[in-house]
Design a protein around this ligand. Structure first.
Ligand SMILES: Cc1cc2nc3c(=O)[nH]c(=O)nc-3n(C[C@H](O)[C@H](O)[C@H](O)COP(=O)(O)O)c2cc1C
Ligand code: SF4
Length: 711
């Protein structure tokens, strides 16, 4: 162990804290080799103290090459500085802008070609692994849910996940300045301090010490002082060199209580006695180090694993499909994420799939109505399972209900589970959750029984189902069980849409109608997101399947530009357009939506009327489900003999599938019931169900104090 520990440079964190007198003078004086021992030019492997004090590293050749001391007459040229901020009330953003202005005005000693200021939530964290720009973080600390949470979790996961290369951030050069309030005592600036520490521990080169600006003092002056010190360090130039071996690994950190203690347990997997309190013996440290080494994964290997995973899956039920070649791909759901998702009610299946019971399934079990899919397509919610074979997604939509805790990525770079295993796992877990509802007041015995025979699968829970490399086999497994498939994709994977075989109904999320608004609302990871989006619509148009555009209306985000929506409809030629008001799911640090962004049902109707008027003769409003602010616009092809046929004949669908012959969306239609038609008095609520009102919300004054009334 001592060897391991000796090999670790016990980094110390320099913190520039500011009292009433800014401490920046001292920092400026540090020059090339001074106070910034852990992140600056001369780390402990570098020149002797004397050399350091002489102000430069030239005495030592190796150090000189590492430090590349600049000729003081020549300006330091920097290609790109990215300034990331995390802010709730705007201070960090203001300071980030201020830093940008100061850098622009800095010359002549330092010349920065490009400076980008961005909200940390708009950045794909995984890009830090290959980031070449200098990264400056201006981060506010919050002891409540805040905008830094997601990035913090990602960094923390990276730091404590033994499968991740300890030097995974070695390409990064960074500086952190925290904003906080000293009234928070021990929690003062704790979030920014953690980021600073973890980046250092992951091999990133700190080019200027952590700043800690206090709201309780003169925060502005403190930040200006930090900025001057930082710019002076840039002008000096030495700190810009990489120091990839400068791992700041603090032995104390090993004792740090990590939420996902599972990580440590995993290291000794196989030796677990079930106590969960595993200690690693000193003699085992060597073994552990080699295990850690063996588990290192780099991104190239992950990409390769993805390629390998495209090969036909092995049919090993109950096990994870192994990559055909040697690389060990990592699990998509980290232990911490697993814990978070489980807390939110998800059941995780295998290493990348999930299932959850939706509120409509629960309502249906109690005879209190079905979701809008019942009105539009004849689905009974207690027979429906909501799941996904990929919890990862390539967008970070502002309205996403998973609150940005799920993994994101542009390509599949995780382990791949067997499709049969996932289907079995999804159903088992779904039934387990149904079982738990036994005895809940109001649950109807007949519906409870029926619920153990799932007939529909909404592949729309979270993440991007089409991302899963074996999506076709997965869908086929569901169809073999006579389970219909409603698959929703985010329109970022046109090639996958093209490859997709027949599903019962194929959805594309249309979250905005212009490139700018799509970027704002979906926050896609792909740089060519707009081209991908359009190509997805083109792909949809040629599918010849029953297709749906799903529009989620977010007031002030995507409710304008009717003309652009119409163009998209003409391009994708969907069978249906579902328009739904966004559901407010509480505050998310990664989202700025409020109740004001949730449209009323009348506003959704108005929007649909405008769309139909503009799109021409081909579409009409067919159905509504006012209860969930949902409207269905349908292609008039589904109005047969002047009667809407938006419902699905499910047995017919399976019959057609089994026949193996080609068929189209009109071959398995069923008549829409009167109560579901737009404008009917029931407004899409099945009259055989009992409508439930929260206390005080019942519009019927004659009703008793009972909270449920028949509509
Ligand atoms: C609800 C709340 C919680 C906070 N928690 C902390 C904390 O844990 N630690 C800390 O140093 N400052 C904390 N602060 C202070 C903020 O970080 C500080 O005011 C900061 O300057 C705000 O920056 P912003 O405007 O960029 O969001 C908290 C402030 C609020 C309102
Ligand atoms: S379609 Fe969606 S909301 Fe409706 S029952 Fe299925 S999972 Fe629930």
């Amino acid at each position: 162990m001592s060897e391991l520990v000796n090999n670790i440079i016990s980094g110390f964190r320099n913190i520039v804290t500011f009292g009433t007198e800014p401490a920046v003078e001292e920092q400026n004086n540090s020059g090339c080799c001074g106070g910034n021992a852990d992140g600056g030019c001369c780390n402990s492997d570098s020149p002797s103290k004397e050399t350091a004090e002489s102000g430069c590293c030239k005495a030592d050749d190796s150090a000189a090459s590492a430090c590349a001391c600049s000729n003081s007459n020549e300006p330091v040229e920097i290609e790109h500085i990215k300034i990331f901020y995390a802010s709730l009330t705007g201070t960090a953003k203001r300071f980030a802008d201020q830093l940008q202005q100061n850098l622009e005005a800095a010359g002549p000693k330092v010349q920065v070609q490009k400076i980008t200021v961005m909200d940390i939530v708009d950045y794909d964290n995984d890009d830090f692994l290959t980031e070449t720009a200098i990264c400056v973080f201006i981060l506010s600390s919050y002891n409540v849910e805040g905008p830094l949470d997601w990035f913090s979790k990602w960094t923390r996961d990276l730091r404590y996940d033994f499968r991740v290369d300890r030097l995974s951030l070695q390409k990064v050069r960074f500086a952190v300045c925290g904003l906080g309030d000293s009234e928070y005592g021990d929690e003062f600036n704790v979030a920014s301090a953690d980021i600073d520490k973890w980046f250092g521990q992951l091999g990133a080169s700190r080019i200027y010490p952590l700043g800690a600006c206090d709201k309780n003092a003169d925060q502005q002056a403190q930040f200006s002082a930090w900025t001057s010190g930082f710019i002076a360090e840039l002008e000096d130039g030495h700190a810009l060199d990489f120091h990839p071996t400068n791992i700041e690994y603090d032995s104390e950190d090993d004792d740090e209580e990590v939420d996902d203690g599972e990580l440590n347990k995993d290291i000794g997997a196989g030796d677990d006695d079930g106590s969960g309190d595993e200690m690693v013996d000193l003699e085992d440290m060597g073994k552990m180090a080699s295990k850690i080494k063996a588990a290192k994964i780099n991104r190239a290997e992950e990409e390769e694993a993805f390629e390998n995973s495209k090969a036909k899956p092995k049919r090993s039920i109950g096990t994870t499909v192994e990559a055909t070649a040697a690389p060990v791909a990592r699990e998509m759901v980290s232990p911490m994420l697993h814990k978070n998702l489980t807390k939110q009610g998800y059941k995780i299946v295998g290493s990348h799939s999930g299932v959850k019971i939706c509120r409509w399934t629960k309502a249906a079990l109690r005879g209190r109505g079905f979701c809008y899919k019942h009105s539009f397509y004849g689905i009974q919610s207690h027979l429906c399972s909501e799941s996904t074979p990929s919890l990862a997604c390539s967008n970070k939509c502002v309205f996403c209900w998973r609150h940005h805790t799920n993994p994101v990525g542009k390509t599949w770079r995780w382990k791949v589970d067997d499709p049969e295993f996932i289907v079995q796992g999804v159903l088992e877990n779904h039934y387990k959750m149904i079982k738990q509802l036994k005895g809940v007041p109001g649950v109807k015995a007949d519906r409870f029984q029926e619920a153990f025979n799932v007939k529909h699968c909404a592949l729309s829970l979270v993440g991007e189902p089409i991302f899963y490399p074996h999506i076709n086999e997965f869908v086929q497994k569901l169809h073999e069980r006579k389970i219909s498939t409603f698959l929703v994709t985010n329109a970022q994977h046109p090639d996958r849409i093209a490859d997709l075989q027949q599903v019962t109904q194929l959805y594309v999320s249309i979250d905005a109608s212009t490139k700018e608004s799509l970027k704002k609302i979906d926050r896609p990871l792909f740089r060519d997101f707009w081209e991908r989006f359009l190509a997805s619509l083109d792909s949809l148009a040629t599918k010849g399947q029953r297709t749906v555009f799903r529009l989620t209306l977010v007031k002030d985000y995507n409710t304008d530009d009717i003309g652009n929506y119409v163009e998209l409809i003409r391009r994708g030629r969907p069978s249906f357009i579902e328009v739904k008001g966004v559901t407010y799911c509480g505050y998310s640090g990664a989202s700025s939506l409020t109740m004001a962004n949730v449209p009323y049902h009348t506003e959704v109707v108005e929007f649909c009327k405008k769309i139909v008027a503009a799109v021409g003769d081909d579409y009409e409003i067919a159905c509504e489900h006012a209860h969930s602010c949902s409207i269905l616009i349908a292609s008039k092809q589904f109005k047969i003999n002047n009667e809407w046929h938006t419902h699905i004949d499910y047995p017919k669908f399976f019959e057609l599938l089994e026949s193996g012959k080609p068929f189209n969306s009109l071959d398995y239609v069923a008549k829409t019931p009167e109560w579901a038609i737009f404008g009917a008095p029931e407004a899409g609520f099945d009259p055989n169900e009992t409508r439930f009102y929260r206390k005080g919300k019942n519009p019927n004054p004659e009703a008793s104090s009972e909270v449920a009334v028949a509509v």
